[in-house]
Ligand binder design. Sequence first.
Ligand SMILES: *[C@@H]1O[C@H](CO)[C@@H](O)[C@H](O)[C@H]1NC(C)=O
Ligand SMILES: *[C@@H]1O[C@H](CO)[C@@H](O)[C@H](O)[C@H]1NC(C)=O
Ligand SMILES: *[C@@H]1O[C@H](CO)[C@@H](O)[C@H](O)[C@H]1NC(C)=O
Ligand SMILES: *[C@@H]1O[C@H](CO)[C@@H](O)[C@H](O)[C@H]1NC(C)=O
Length: 454
Amino acid sequence: MLEKTMKTSSTMFQDKHHNHSKRERFLGLTLGKGVPFVLSSLLMASVFCLFFLYNPNPSTFTPHQGHDLFENPSQNQQHAIITTKSSSSSSQPQKEQKPCDLSKGHWVQALEGSSTYYTNSSCPSIPDSKNCFRHGRKDSDFLNWRWKPDECELPRFDPRTFLQMVSGKTMAFIGDSVARNHMDSLLCLLSQNEIPKDIYKDSEDRFRKWYFPIHDFTLMMLWSRFLIVGEERMVNGTGSSIFDMELDKVDSDWAKELPNLDYAVISDGHWFFRGMHLHEGGEKVGCVYCNEPNVTSYNVDFPLRKAFRTAFRHISECKECRSKRMVTVLRTFAPAHFENGFWNTGGYCNRTGPMSESEVDFEKFEWQLRNAQMEEFERARSEGDEKGHRFEVVDVARAMLMRPDGHPGEHWGNKWMRGYNDCTHWCLPGPVDMWSELLLSVLKRVAAFDLNQA
Ligand SMILES: *[C@@H]1O[C@H](CO)[C@@H](O)[C@H](O)[C@H]1NC(C)=O
Ligand SMILES: *[C@@H]1O[C@H](CO)[C@@H](O)[C@H](O)[C@H]1NC(C)=O
Ligand SMILES: *[C@@H]1O[C@H](CO)[C@@H](O)[C@H](O)[C@H]1NC(C)=O
Ligand SMILES: *[C@@H]1O[C@H](CO)[C@@H](O)[C@H](O)[C@H]1NC(C)=O
């Protein structure tokens, strides 16, 4: 049954030229039927959750030692420290230079409407599959929460301030469809101040470009499944959903654009949960979800870590980026929330409010992925500092672990996958809009730093 479902949707996703918006709605993740239930059901739900795109052929997978995931207890990384400065756009006066970790905090109730920046009528560019209200979502209390960092206030998003800060610049979101989800949220937020011109769209709606003429600001989406080179193995002309990964080769589709960018907002992760053959320096170094004699079997965090290391290293070596003072922003992994099942076994996400931090399971594999990203980020930042590259972080993982209520669930308007829930992407408007509040704080921090240097 599971296998049948997966194969069916896999077939639906095979055709490269098939309507992209259908394919793009779900990201995939792959585990076999035989995966032992060593992990908690929550973890399994989270691991299984993301299958929707390019499901692998489950019969090619062999039992996976899930507990390996926890063999190396990951350090509880310190989050980036953001310095908040009082700014004209912030209603609350703040202490100058108070270091504040914006990633640690909790969701507090906001007055109705006070934390919502747009509606489906004031933002016409909401992608249909994220327009939850249009597809029957009735509860709206999930909009009435704001993120309150423990040590400071997070200023409201002010589109004017944002556009002024990026005026004359180019910003790209680089990554998978959740990166796109963030960019679509930012587009809605900014279009409350200036309506951008849609100036480029590729045939699959993966690479996009908008231009804000008044502010001379260009916003781009550079789509990348893995950040590094990953080619699907074809068997008899159809995709096998098994990927050959070049851990040390950056995906040139985004990398070639780097010299044109002032800001690169990088994220990724949901595509890594699938069968992989890992190569480095031309040698096969291992695989993921495999059982081959004399081949090292790794967990998902290994190729993910390598992908970020390779991407960050590539950025660090980009001379044009350095002379442009390009800022690289890591947006950490945002978890999915399938409950009582996996995406294809009836898992759903119909909560109507946030969870408290004590309800969040920090043993979740997603949290480990976030930690791997943060470790690579810290490495890049310390190496980058020496070379004049700037790395910043928008660390959303903790906050979003608490927002099982922010996903479309059944309200994503899919006709041909009716009955499946999207607990991976985020409704617009919704808690995902907070990511741009964090991004704006990072931009302010960078600008304040530049001012001090000048
Ligand atoms: C907008 O949202 C409302 C509910 O807030 C919903 O009834 C309506 O169908 C939506 N309209 C569009 C065009 O998405
Ligand atoms: C590929 O096609 C050949 C010939 O039709 C067939 O014998 C073989 O089993 C196929 N391989 C797979 C993996 O489906
Ligand atoms: C795996 O390695 C062992 C020890 O080096 C060797 O004896 C065996 O033949 C190898 N198996 C394969 C399939 O390469
Ligand atoms: C969520 O969905 C499940 C399964 O359909 C149902 O049993 C439960 O009552 C729903 N919860 C809410 C809050 O709607």
